[in-house]
Design a protein. Structure first.
Length: 129
């Protein structure tokens, strides 16, 4: 007979449905203010774009060729990711002769990446508590 291991099933949902009507009515309209914010996180959820964004927190501006070397990619790939970051409002660029330099659009982007990095260093694991 095979040994069976009984796992304790965690009950992480309410056993009855009820809600605090006053709290819900107060918070529900405010939650709508986050509409569109998910696009920032979508842009940063790609590992390559996050690396690029982090690199731009370490150096005020980098040319496309610098970024390509940092992420071990072609200039075309780096340019594609940088363009997406620019189109999402996270980065900006300037052209100097034949070179194109990118930087973060503002300090908020720098703060988002810095806070996420700090949080990850606290030992938070995916699926952990």
């Amino acid at each position: 007979m095979a040994d069976t291991v009984l796992k304790k099933v965690e009950k992480d949902t309410c056993e009855t449905f009820c809600y605090a009507e006053e709290k819900v009515n107060k918070i529900k309209p405010q939650v709508e203010e986050v509409a569109g914010v998910e696009m920032i996180f979508k842009a940063l959820s790609d590992a390559t774009r996050l690396k690029i964004t982090y690199a731009l927190t370490l150096e005020e501006e980098l040319c496309v060729c610098d970024v390509a070397n940092i992420i071990d990619s072609t200039s075309a790939t780096a340019s594609h990711h940088l363009r997406l970051l620019r189109n999402m409002g996270l980065a900006k660029y300037r052209k100097e002769g034949k070179l194109v330099f990118y930087s973060l659009k503002d300090d908020h982007v720098h703060q988002l990446v810095s806070i996420a990095l700090e949080h990850s260093k606290e030992g938070v694991t995916v699926g952990g508590k």
